[in-house]
Write a protein that binds this ligand. Structure first.
Ligand SMILES: Cc1cc2nc3c(=O)[nH]c(=O)nc-3n(C[C@H](O)[C@H](O)[C@H](O)COP(=O)(O)O)c2cc1C
Length: 255
């Protein structure tokens, strides 16, 4: 197993840092090959700008969809992006770890996706029949991904009637709109709630849960998202009326 661990936390001595260390140690002890993208340690540039595109940078004419016109095909992407592509090519499994900040990922991690998941590498690839390969098909198909999240919110507040909403909804943009979009099989996330006040016993529980999840990385069933080209969606990519009748929302995209 080749595991790429993406870590987005500024403080290595944090709870997140301790879980990362524990996770990497556990994977190595399991015999996995492990590489890491520790985004703060790498001083990852979080914003897309013209330096990313080389000579394919926008000219003085209006370019529709300019930020999609990446230089992946011409090999003109900047070295830091290409290094991440090489790691993703190598990996069969990707762990995405971050603390929940304002209902989402830290900006440095959003910037990793913005800059690394470029057209031609993770999306914009067509099948022989002309359909776009995405949502279950695509360049990263065959790889597995799992989100490892710490959240300050107590567990009860992250649920169907909890004030924070459901974790699957909070993670829908990442798990469905990004990882599954690019073709990856997304394993159920591991969320450590109440992460601002963790007793030694709770920490031990979290580590034990993490161990269990890392042991089953290659065997656990992924989240059963519907594939775009499997027949469940009509020509406008709207879920067919006979599926999940009368329901709407993120959950209808699950089998
Ligand atoms: C800028 C910021 C925004 C946060 N937003 C949320 C949030 O939206 N929901 C939540 O449950 N916790 C939120 N938290 C709490 C963090 O998720 C929590 O402090 C962290 O996961 C604890 O792990 P750590 O010690 O490894 O940082 C936020 C913390 C910060 C610093």
């Amino acid at each position: 197993m080749n595991v790429l661990w993406i870590f987005a936390h500024p403080e290595p001595r944090s709870l997140g840092g301790a879980l990362r260390d524990e996770g990497l140690r556990t994977l190595r002890a399991q015999g996995a090959n492990v590489r890491e993208s520790d985004l703060y340690a790498m001083k990852w540039k979080a914003v897309v700008d013209a330096d990313d595109f080389g000579s394919a940078a926008p000219s003085d004419r209006l370019i529709v969809g300019s930020t999609s016109k990446h230089a992946f095909e011409t090999g003109e992407l900047s070295d830091d992006i290409r290094a991440e592509h090489e790691k993703l090519d190598w990996a069969d499994t990707v762990i995405v770890q971050f603390p929940l900040w304002w209902y989402g990922m830290p900006a440095i991690l959003k910037g990793w996706f913005d800059r690394v998941f470029v057209k031609g590498f993770t999306y914009g690839v067509r099948r022989p029949d002309g359909k776009t390969s995405r949502y279950g098909e695509g360049a990263l198909a065959g790889k597995r991904a799992m989100v490892l999240l710490t959240a300050g919110a107590p567990e009860a507040t992250v649920g169907p009637r909890g004030v924070n909403g459901e974790i699957d909804d909070l993670l829908f943009p990442l798990q469905h709109g990004t990882l599954w979009y690019a073709g990856m099989s997304v394993l159920p996330p591991l969320t450590i709630c109440g992460a601002d006040r963790v007793s030694p016993e709770q920490y031990d529980d979290a580590v034990a849960t993490l161990h269990g999840r890392l042991r089953t990385l290659s065997t656990r069933d992924p989240i059963p998202f519907r594939s775009q080209n499997g027949g469940d969606y009509d020509e406008h990519l709207v879920l067919r009326a006979e599926l999940a009748p009368g329901r709407s929302g993120n959950g209808v995209h699950l089998l």
